[in-house]
Design a protein around this ligand. Structure first.
Ligand SMILES: [Zn+2]
Length: 161
């Protein structure tokens, strides 16, 4: 009967599995002289970096320190804090110009009576945009750029082959 793997062994085996697949694609691509296989290796590497690599969450918390919980993939956030997933996605989408701009809560519509001391009359809470630790953000951008280059190169090579 097979022994049960510990969590650390499972993690290690998963990392070995990914790198074996990437290495194998590189080796086969090199031996066959097929550039499309190199592109495939880059795509597998990119997928691994963006969605599977063990890393840190890195979302800046309200205390100003980056979140130190585990995340799997540079585009992913930790599962301990559900808001980090939304924060990280918003930061990355804003980078490519697709994110919704974060706005403070708007004042109630004109014409509605305001009662002194009511919640509506209170000033809006200070605007706080979420951010990601610069190192995590840099690695995420590098992964995206390399994957994009790999994808474009593979398409061009496939079309010109
Ligand atoms: Zn987190």
């Amino acid at each position: 009967m097979a022994q049960r793997q510990t969590l650390t062994e499972k993690k290690r085996n998963r990392i070995i599995g990914w790198w074996s697949a990437i290495g194998l694609l590189c080796l086969v691509g090199w031996q066959q002289g097929n550039p499309a296989l190199w592109g495939l290796a880059i795509l597998v590497w990119g997928y691994y970096q963006m969605f599977a690599v063990p890393t840190l969450c890195g979302v800046e918390t309200s205390r100003g320190t980056p979140c130190r919980f585990r995340a799997y993939g540079r585009l992913m956030a930790c599962t301990r804090e559900p808001s980090h997933d939304v924060d990280k996605r918003n930061v990355l989408l804003r980078l490519i110009g697709l994110g919704r701009p974060q706005r403070p809560i708007t004042a109630p519509a004109a014409g509605r009576p305001r009662r002194a001391g009511s919640a509506a009359a209170m000033p809006a809470p200070p605007f706080e945009a979420a951010s990601i630790e610069s190192k995590q953000l840099f690695l995420a951008i590098v992964s995206i750029v390399i994957t994009a280059i790999g994808t474009i190169a593979t398409i061009i090579q496939t079309m010109t082959a």
